[in-house]
Ligand binder design. Structure first.
Ligand code: GRF
Length: 214
C-alpha cells in the first residue's frame, strides 16, 4: 500500500514583541481552522519578546537572532544570517508579525514573493508607525488593518486582505488598537490560508484586497 502524505505549508514568523498575531495563528492551527499549515520557526530580533515564549509553549522552534547594529533595519552580516537561517527550514511563506524592522532588497530577493506583513491601518492610508494616533488626529471615520505582500516600499506591496473598523467619537488609541487587533487576528490566518491553498498567488494577484466590513 502506498501512502501519500500531504506536505504541510511551511511558515516562518519574524516577530519583535507581544506575539498576539502569532498566537492567533497558532490557535487556528490547533483548532483546525487553518489546515495543513505548520509554523516551522519563529525568529525574534528581541530576546525578551513574549512571542518567543508563546512559540516555545506551543513546542514551536523559536530563536533570538542578533539583528545587527541598526535599530530599524536588517542589513550586513545580520541580514545574511537571517537569510541563511530561514533558508535552512525551506519555508513556503515568511510572515512579518510585529517585526519592528524594515527588510531590504537582499532579504526580499532571497524569498521572492513569499513574504507578507500585517499592518494596523487600511493601506495605502497610514503606512509606517503610530497609525492609530494619526487616524484619531485626522478624525477618520474608519480605519482597519491590512495583510500585504512585502516589497521594497515600506507597507507598499500588493494588498491581500483588509478588515475595516469604525472609529467612534470617544475612541482613544488604546480602545481603537484593541478593536483593530481583534481583526488582525482574523485576517492574518485568512491570508495564510488563501496563500497556502493557492487561492492568492502573487503573480496573478492585482492589489485588489478582499475587504471584510466592520
Ligand atoms: C500589530 O498591530 C501589527 O499590525 C503590527 O505590530 C503589532 C504586532 O502585535 N505590525 P503582536 O506582536 O502580533 O501582538
Amino acid at each position: 500500500m502506498i501512502l501519500f502524505f500531504k506536505r504541510k505549508f511551511r511558515v516562518v514568523f519574524l516577530v519583535s514583541g507581544r506575539g498576539s498575531n502569532l498566537e492567533a495563528v497558532i490557535n487556528n492551527i490547533k483548532n483546525k481552522k487553518l489546515k495543513n499549515v505548520k509554523i516551522v520557526l519563529v525568529i525574534s530580533d528581541n530576546p525578551e519578546a513574549k512571542a518567543l515564549e508563546i512559540a516555545k509553549k506551543n513546542k514551536i522552534r523559536a530563536i533570538y537572532l542578533y539583528p545587527g547594529e541598526y535599530k530599524t533595519k536588517l542589513c550586513g552580516e545580520a541580514e545574511d544570517n537571517y537569510i541563511k537561517t530561514i533558508k535552512k527550514v525551506k519555508p513556503d511563506l515568511i510572515v512579518l508579525a510585529g517585526f519592528m524592522r524594515v527588510v531590504k532588497e537582499k532579504f526580499i530577493k532571497s524569498f521572492q514573493n513569499k513574504i507578507i506583513n500585517i499592518h494596523p491601518s487600511l493601506l495605502p492610508k497610514y503606512p509606517g508607525l503610530n497609525t492609530h494616533k494619526r487616524v484619531l488626529e485626522a478624525r477618520e471615520k474608519e480605519t482597519g488593518c491590512t495583510v500585504h505582500f512585502v516589497n521594497e516600499i515600506v507597507d507598499g506591496g500588493k494588498r491581500i486582505i483588509q478588515a475595516k473598523v469604525k472609529v467612534y467619537p470617544d475612541d482613544t488609541e488604546e480602545k481603537l488598537s484593541k478593536r483593530v487587533l481583534e481583526k488582525e487576528h482574523i485576517i492574518l490566518s485568512k491570508a495564510i490560508e488563501l496563500i497556502a491553498q493557492k487561492k492568492v498567488v502573487y503573480e496573478n494577484w492585482n492589489d485588489n484586497p478582499i475587504i471584510i466590513e466592520d
